[in-house]
Design a protein around this ligand. Structure first.
Ligand code: FMN
Length: 380
């Protein structure tokens, strides 16, 4: 590992309230990558001095307990566990066999073609957010981040009592204000460039689509707590732009998908590393909730107007019956390739090299950019 060339690690842009609250050296967060994060990746980022996150939305409480134990064995530095406050669409409980059969029929020929077997209907059995949260609280994790809502007051009170730092996610200025009013300590402002699911909770995601360049300064103006920029950031230019717009830190997701330690399929990693990711689009039809991924044959197929889509997360579970055999057959055109709009900037296979370069390349300019941004904002 190349030594990090920071002329002054006491620089003001590093000693921000964000870095202080989180106890991190560099204000760079590896975003949670539900399903594709690994304990190794999260720990590597935390050990470097950033904040590694682990997206645990899909995990049972027991699996989550094991992940936290492993993270603790790999790092003594702060890390974040990420959950979704809203685990399902309310209508998931009402889905009947006939609804399931209709959605299955739309993809059954493709499942067979990939050598998969057709699944049988089973009523929705939820993993409960409250049960996952009990594990997070009892483990006294350093930080808890979340999307798709605001946790109930008792949970936030317990986080505060235990010293667990809270990081909410906003896709609009109104959501940022709501998070601050509920006592959340830090906010991720997530522009619609971001890979994966939209985190919206006040209005439907499709009506909450704001790009990072517009969202970030508005969120910074709307709240007093530290703001972390997310969506489309993949290199030092993005970090400096985020600081200029008033962020105290940045969060990157797609940039880490190319890394060796990520849980990404090797085929997909190869597309990223060689700049062949193509373009991305938002679709509701992979999972039932709006999310950004690479436009491929699967997306074209699922976006046909006549495809009946089950509520979240039933559609997600159903689609796995097609993507799992496709993965076995190495058919990258038939995988759900979650990625943000800067996928083609996300090529570095080594997360430590990525972070080292980011710090090296921003170190000289970052202090003046963030100081300048504060001065300009004060005069607006
Ligand atoms: C595969 C994948 C899974 C993700 N899962 C989560 C998640 O569970 N929780 C969350 O807060 N964000 C999740 N995200 C969003 C990222 O943490 C991050 O906010 C986003 O990737 C930032 O935008 P970028 O992709 O342009 O870097 C996910 C993103 C991807 C690509």
């Amino acid at each position: 590992v190349r030594p990090v060339n920071t002329p002054n690690t006491e620089a003001a842009w590093l000693r921000t309230p964000l870095a202080e609250l989180l106890g991190i050296r560099y204000p760079i967060v590896q975003g949670p990558l539900n399903g594709l994060n690994t304990q190794r990746l999260t720990a590597a980022v935390s050990n470097f001095g950033g904040l590694g996150s682990f997206g645990a939305h899909g995990l049972t409480p027991d699996a989550l307990k094991a992940v936290i134990a492993e993270l603790r064995s790999l790092t003594s530095k702060p890390f974040a566990i990420n959950l979704w406050v809203s685990m399902e669409d309310a209508s998931a409980f009402d889905v009947r066999e006939a609804d399931f059969d209709k959605s299955l029929a739309a993809m059954s020929a493709n499942i067979r073609q990939m050598g998969g077997t057709l699944p049988a209907f089973a009523p929705y059995k939820p993993i409960r957010f409250a049960d996952q949260m009990r594990v997070v609280l009892d483990a006294n994790v350093p930080a808890f981040s979340f999307i798709c809502g605001i946790p109930p007051r008792e949970i936030l009170d317990e986080c505060r009592a235990r010293g667990i730092r809270t990081i909410g996610t906003a896709t609009t200025p109104a959501e940022a204000v709501a998070l601050e009013q509920h006592g959340i300590e830090m906010i991720v402002a997530s522009g619609f460039e971001a890979g994966g699911h939209r985190a919206s909770f006040l209005r439907p995601a499709a009506e909450s689509l704001i790009g990072t360049f517009s969202l970030l300064p508005q969120v910074v103006d709307a709240v007093k707590i530290p703001v972390i920029a997310a969506g489309g950031i993949a290199d030092a230019r993005g970090v400096l732009a985020a600081l200029a717009l008033g962020a105290q830190g940045v969060l990157m997701g797609t940039a880490f998908l190319a890394s060796e330690q990520s849980g990404t399929n090797p085929l997909y990693r190869d597309l990223l590393r060689t700049g062949r990711a193509g373009s991305t689009a938002l679709t509701k039809n992979f999972t039932g909730r709006l999310a950004r991924g690479i436009e491929n044959e699967l997306m074209q197929f699922m976006n046909r107007p006549d495809v009946p889509v089950l509520p979240y997360p039933l559609q997600r579970q159903l689609l796995r019956n097609l993507t799992t055999p496709a993965e076995k057959r190495q058919q990258s055109e038939w995988l759900a390739l979650w990625a943000g709009q800067s996928a083609n900037l996300s090529r570095n296979p080594d997360p430590i090299d990525l972070l080292t370069r980011l710090i090296d390349q921003t170190a000289a300019l970052a202090p003046s950019v963030s100081a300048w941004s504060r001065r300009v904002a004060a005069r607006l």
